[in-house]
Design a binder for this molecule. Structure first.
Ligand code: PLP
Length: 389
């Protein structure tokens, strides 16, 4: 009865992991939840306050499909000042989270049979959305520290290649592409006339490095790039469902036409809240980043004491992604089995690498309070050393 498209859809593994955690909590079982894909901080009060004001003022109706004008203007300003990309407000679209923006981008660009290049490990949503748009996904396997290069990409290009997906900093690896490499990727994309979907949602959560946007390298690459971003991670606004992109007018108009039939734009109240996020000071972002940095340093220090695992230090985002192949064998054959056993015996939730096309790895989110992190890592050590006895 159901369509082939939906039968072929692989449900989100990270959402699945959360559902399992909720089930255990509902059953009264203790859980140290290190699987979260969202900041554990509250949305800054000034942002929430603006939303309340918006409701009081009656800004509770349909808005223009690509977003309210002041928000598109502010996002254009943000792209210029933060990222060095000059988009006109008409080249900005706001949507129901970055997820819907990405979905629309694949829908408006892909024909059946087009190829989408996806460097892995990667967030699985890109692959599922590309498939829903009729495209074939070609995976580009990367080696630690998982920074994609122009050479990796070039080897996988064919006459059917339509899009390269970039995600720097990356979920799940935290890897960032250097400016030099990004320039080479930009030249390659321009030379081969391939679109780039650049998901920059973790741009504000980085540790010492500078975030660079590929579309900032000139008009040729800007024309081919959809620069995707959102409010979920930088402003702890996951539940507000608001994301955005900058792209050519033609692409934005097409995405707007699609949204017009799909969502009629995003929540009016969230858009007024987002205005405040961009107008307000960056203090809350800086505070959150500093706290994430402390946690990252702690997690890396502790994990590096465990000899049987290995990992590259994350340069951004809030995940530690480590190789547990040394722990697999007759008891647990896959990282899926290993994480399930970790949850059952120690009550610690992390996400298996299979979810990110990376069997043998696991993702630990440090979007949890220091106390929980300490407890979680102690339990992981206990699990590993108990298994070795
Ligand atoms: N892009 C990446 C790389 C993510 O990790 C996530 C969420 O986990 C998203 C996009 C989704 O963001 P949004 O809440 O704006 O849909």
């Amino acid at each position: 009865m159901l369509s082939k498209r939906i039968q072929n859809l692989i449900p989100s593994g990270t959402i699945g992991a959360q559902a399992e955690v909720s089930r255990r909590i509902a059953a009264g079982l203790p859980v140290v939840n290190l699987s979260l894909g969202e900041p554990d901080f509250p949305t800054p009060a000034a942002i929430s306050q603006k939303a309340i004001e918006a409701i009081r003022k009656g800004y509770t109706h349909y808005t223009p499909v690509p977003g309210i004008r002041p928000l598109r203007e502010l996002i254009a300003k943000k792209f210029l000042s933060d990222n060095g990309i000059a988009y006109a407000p008409e080249e900005i679209i706001v949507g129901v989270g970055t997820k819907q923006i990405l979905y629309s981008a694949f829908q408006v660009l892909c024909e059946t049979g087009d190829e989408v290049l996806l460097p892995i490990p990667a967030w699985s949503t890109y692959a599922e959305q590309a498939k829903l748009a009729g495209a074939t996904v070609k995976l580009i396997p990367l080696q630690p520290p998982f920074r994609v290069t122009a050479r990796d990409i070039e080897k996988h290009i064919s006459s059917a290649t339509k899009i390269i997906v970039l995600n720097s900093p990356s979920n799940p690896t935290g890897a960032m592409i250097s400016e030099g490499e990004l320039k080479k990727i930009a030249s390659l994309a321009v030379r081969k006339n391939i679109f780039v979907i650049s998901d920059e949602i973790y741009e504000k959560i980085i540790y010492g490095k500078k975030h660079i946007s590929i579309a900032s390298f000139g008009e040729d690459i800007k024309r081919l790039t959809i620069t995707v971003n959102g409010f979920s991670k930088a402003y702890a606004m996951t539940g507000w469902r608001i994301g955005y992109a900058g792209a050519s007018r033609e692409i934005v108009d097409a995405m707007t036409a699609l949204s017009g039939q799909m969502t009629f734009g995003t929540c009016s109240i969230s858009q007024y809240a987002a205005l405040q996020a961009l107008r307000g000071s960056d203090a809350s972002v800086r505070k959150m980043r500093a706290e994430f940095q402390k946690r990252r340093d702690f997690v890396c220090r502790e994990l590096s004491k465990i000899k049987s695992i290995s990992f590259a230090e994350p340069e951004g985002a809030f995940y530690a992604f480590f190789d547990i192949t040394g722990l697999l064998g007759s008891a647990y054959k896959t990282s899926e089995e290993w994480t399930r056993a970790l949850l059952e015996s120690e009550g610690v939730a992390i996400v298996p690498g299979e979810v990110f096309f990376a069997p043998g790895y696991v993702r630990l989110s440090f979007s949890a309070e220091m106390r929980e992190l300490k407890k979680g890592i102690e339990k992981i050590k206990h699990f590993i050393y108990a298994a070795k006895k």
